[in-house]
Design a protein around this ligand. Structure first.
Ligand code: MN
Ligand code: MN
Length: 460
């Protein structure tokens, strides 16, 4: 009977029972690179900038000079408005036979400063925020925060602003009530306990010398002016993101886990990037996208729904076929994280189909919610294709779905790639505490996601 079970049943295995010593070293090595990237990429702009640096070191050049179709082995990149990155490595086959595209996103939940953020209340200076993406607001109080972004000035120049990353820099905080006085607050639901308009960042407390009102506000503005030459009106055309100040760290006594902010979805962005940077000349042209705006619906000029993708592909094709013909023969891995089964909250998952920590890259046939709504629902043939390339490349993978039926759900860029007539499957790293200021992944799963991305690019 045991033999019959072995022959007929499918039983996923813990990755640590499958890895040899050499692979463990390769896994550690890969994760070191990922952790350094994550630490340096606190915003979508920084994630793109850092990725360009790595890509240039790996031989990629701007697509500005690209005329005619991309040549086998040619490596180009295009930055879309500083917030999204497209890279390609020319394949042996022409673009009419399709390409392999991997799409991750580099935006992450955060608190954006409002356009008129600065105010003073009871001689304390504050910055008002409007949260971006799905956050549990209470998680953003009483933790160290940093400010990253830009202020675009009327003269066309752009001031880069980073406060809190340098060890000598001050940081910020959003205060919360002490438990002694929180009797009323504690009666509220977690959704209402901390309200959006209360997420104001404490920015200073020393008044400007002199008489009159708004002296602390003036002192804070004056410090910003000293450091960046900006005025209050300049903040109107600024994009300043309040992000957690936590360093990326190994977690657990065995150091098997990674803790850090923004792993959704920079963990998959880095996996794709590392995979495409290692390519010589693949069979089909390899395309890597680090998209923006996924957390608010993949909208806007830098989101995955933007025609900027068509424009880039058109350039790679160089007039040899239509974009639509190329799309219809292409394959996409939508590389986004999935929810890892949390033993502390088993009730939200259906264990047999939930992603498990250390069981490898999570493949999702569908995402969405309420009866797969908002999902591209990959075909059986596409799933079989990915099973095959993973098997050939020794990728440890698991099939999973995000939460039990009708518990909630979530989407990715997959549907927007499938809308373009590109066969698409979701694949990514299972994450604990997704969308929290400090998210947790497993090194093994990060490494296997990289191997999966590599296998898809290198598929014959
Ligand atoms: Mn995501
Ligand atoms: Mn997300």
């Amino acid at each position: 009977m045991d033999e019959k079970k072995k022959e007929l049943f499918y039983e996923p295995k813990n990755g640590y029972d499958l890895m040899d010593a050499a692979e463990r070293l390769a896994c550690e090595d890969y994760c070191r690179g990922y952790m350094a990237y994550l630490d340096a990429a606190r915003t979508e702009r920084e994630a793109v900038r850092k990725a360009v640096k790595l890509a240039e070191a790996a031989g990629f050049v701007s697509d500005d000079g690209l005329t005619g179709p991309i040549q086998p082995g040619q490596k180009v990149y295009h930055v879309n408005r500083g917030k999204s990155l497209l890279l390609a490595v020319g394949g042996k086959k022409p673009m009419s036979e399709g390409f392999v595209v991997e799409a991750a996103h580099v935006d992450a939940p955060r608190l954006d400063l409002k356009q008129r953020p600065l105010f003073e209340e009871s001689e304390m200076g504050y910055l008002r925020t409007h949260y971006y993406g799905g956050v549990k607001k209470y998680q953003w109080t009483a933790i160290p925060l940093e400010l990253h972004g830009v202020a675009a000035l009327k003269d066309g120049s752009v001031a880069d602003i980073v406060i809190g990353r340098d060890p000598g820099d001050p940081q910020f905080v959003i205060t919360d009530l002490l438990p002694h006085l929180a009797a009323d607050q504690m009666q509220k639901t977690m959704a209402k306990g901390v309200e959006g308009e209360k997420l104001c960042v404490l920015a200073g407390s020393v008044p400007y010398a002199g008489e009159g009102k708004d002296r602390v506000k003036l002192a804070v503005m004056s410090l910003l002016n000293d450091r960046y030459g900006i005025t209050e009106e300049d903040l109107i055309s600024a994009e300043l993101e309040v992000v957690p100040a936590f360093d990326v760290r190994e977690l657990g006594l065995d150091r098997s886990l990674i803790g850090g902010y923004g792993q959704d979805d920079r963990v998959c962005a880095y996996a794709q990037l590392a995979a495409i940077m290692g390519l010589e000349t693949p069979e089909r042209t390899a395309v890597c996208i680090l998209a923006d705006k996924e957390e608010i619906g993949s909208v806007g000029v830098s989101g995955m729904r933007s025609q900027a993708f068509e424009r880039f592909v058109e350039k790679l094709i160089g007039g040899t076929c239509s974009v639509q013909e190329s799309f219809s023969n292409s394959f996409c891995l939508s590389a986004d994280v999935t929810a890892a089964f949390d033993p502390m909250y088993p009730e939200v998952s259906e264990k047999q189909n939930a992603a498990r920590i250390n069981y490898g890259v999570g493949l999702c046939k569908f995402t969405g919610s309420r009866g797969k709504s908002g999902s591209s629902d990959a075909s059986a043939e596409v799933v079989a294709y990915v099973r095959r390339i993973c098997a050939e490349a020794g990728v440890v993978w698991q099939m999973c779905e995000l939460g039990k039926v009708d518990q909630g759900g979530g989407g990715t860029v997959a549907q927007f790639m499938a809308d373009r007539d590109i066969d698409t499957l979701d694949a990514g790293v299972p994450v604990l505490s997704m969308h929290a200021p400090f998210e947790t992944t497993s090194k093994f799963d990060c490494y296997m996601t990289y191997k999966c991305m590599k296998a898809a690019y290198e598929a014959k």
